[in-house]
Design a protein around this ligand. Sequence first.
Ligand code: DWN
Ligand code: ZN
Length: 400
Amino acid sequence: MKQQSCRLCKGRLQTILSLGDMPLVNYFPIEKEIGQERKYPLTLCVCRSCSLVQLDYIVSPDKIFPVYHYESGASKPLVVHLEQMVEGAITMFGLKKGSKVLDIGANDGSSLMYLKKKGMKGLGVEPGKNIVKLARERGIQMVEGFFTKKLAKTIHKKHGLFDALFATHMLANVVDLHDFMEGIKLVLAPKGVIVLEVGDVEEMIQKVQFDAIYHEHYSYFSLASLTKLLEEHGLKIVRAEKNPFHGGSIRIFAKHDGFKTQDSRFKKREGRPLGKKNYQEFAEKVGEFRKEFRAFFKKNKGKIIVGYGAPAKAVTLLNYCGIGKKEIQLIIDTTTAKQGRVMPGVHIPIVFEEKLREIKPDYCILFAWNYKKEIVPKLQRVLPKTTKIIIPHKKYTTKR
Ligand code: DWN
Ligand code: ZN
């Protein structure tokens, strides 16, 4: 349903970019479901009062998460990133054997597996039925459902307070941010720490990463909007870091109010906040991207073109640019849940990585561009020397 006002401050929303009607990005149809995908308006807006970037059309989480084809464990670099994040929290905040940790949006339990190895007591919260099953099969204790104040009360009653809460790239998936934060406060021990990582909206806008826009990303955070949200709920950011993960992320460490900011370099606002001009330029460049991307296929009609990686972002990119199985023969992906299925809306078949050895494409488009460091060498080893690798947002073709 259309959101009339800002989900953070009830301010008025200003449209930045409308991407048209788009399918959901993490439900990959099987053959017989092709063409039945529901599409919803996808429009990026910004609040005129608090500058939170957000969608104005809300697809209920009940329609998105109960069956969810994204598995953290399918991306090795993500598992490494999560493990490094846990190590950072252990060093900075003295987590140790026996510490109680709650992972909100635990997905397949990749972070909790590591915490378990370190001797900590982990509990995961995840709405995706199919991925909760995966996590449980790995021996991870899970609560199936959305983290709300109500669920927090139940968790508190059964498990008490937690020394650390992790929420990694899931705050964007929360519709009621205030209810979520009240839930956090209920289960965080007095000296406990929250480790929260989100996509960095300033990087997204400046690097024209419009493919990060999709219905399950209801909000797009800056350090300023995150600070506003937490401080409204008596939570204090004690340390903030930026990292290049997922195209650019912000990681914050927060505690109940009353603790000193650990990080003297911590600034409430990161550089100059984005303004109207930035958003206009972003919208123009997205239009240019679409034109260039479509022109590439026109120019290479008849050539063999494949994709590597079937991330959520590729669903937005392909549907917005109107590129499908006529132009791209297949997409390779390591996620078991996505095998034998097709890309939502454009119906390009998704196949196992082994297929790479059988094909001799003229071009391979890296849709999982955020892992280019790990993936390009792999492609260069397996694909013929004549194949050109295209990396979106870099618009360069790696010469071979
Ligand atoms: O917010 C979200 C972002 C952060 O992660 C989630 N709501 C959904 C998800 O978005 P995504 O699907 O764009 O994330 P990834 O991690 O960029 O997806 C990478 C895709 O590429 C996965 O389907 C796995 C695949 N992959 C692969 O085939 N070979 C990944 C690697 C590293 C590989 O070597
Ligand atoms: Zn607002």
